[in-house]
Design a protein around this ligand. Sequence first.
Ligand code: IMP
Ligand code: MG
Length: 187
Amino acid sequence: MKTSDELKQVISSEDLARRVKELGDQITRDYQDKELVVIGILKGAFIFMADLVRHIDLPISIDFVRLQSYGSSTSSSGQISITKDIELPISARHVLVVEDIIDTGYTLRYLKDMLALHHTASVKICCLIDKKERRKVDVDADYVGFEIQKGFLVGYGLDYDEQYRHLPGIYHLNPGYEAKAFIPSDR
Ligand code: IMP
Ligand code: MG
């Protein structure tokens, strides 16, 4: 790859595939006999969502929302706006939001508040990576792929300045230390 950035692998594509299947199986069990609307947050969640829904054995509809947060390229300012709204009606329906990373929590807090106005039957959140220690507002995911303490990650949908989304694994960008990802139950 032609880049001056240093990338260190944090989660391999094999570990991602294994964990995403576990999440899909768990979601399938939890929503047995129900229908789901799965809403992906663009752009970061596009690869995770594509893999996840193929492990959800339920009647599902798919939609996307795009949110923009102002701030530096590696940290959210807390000022969020919607640049693409959902298109499906979700009132009285079970909604599962699929997000790539929860960092400060501003993005998901905003989306949850917005979805609450639709009078859904339920709203749950599935995120691939939870940077719990960095939370600025109180919002938690119902399904978490991996927890990581700090560091800026790229690959598997995640970008830095629109680069690296296509990488099959997840990498730590310019690490000055060793980053480690945990599956929440193994902690
Ligand atoms: P929050 O609003 O601070 O929780 O930020 C969430 C959004 O910031 C995520 O949807 C990501 O798009 C982006 N983000 C946060 N951390 C990272 C990272 O380590 N790599 C790439 N994008 C990130
Ligand atoms: Mg995002």
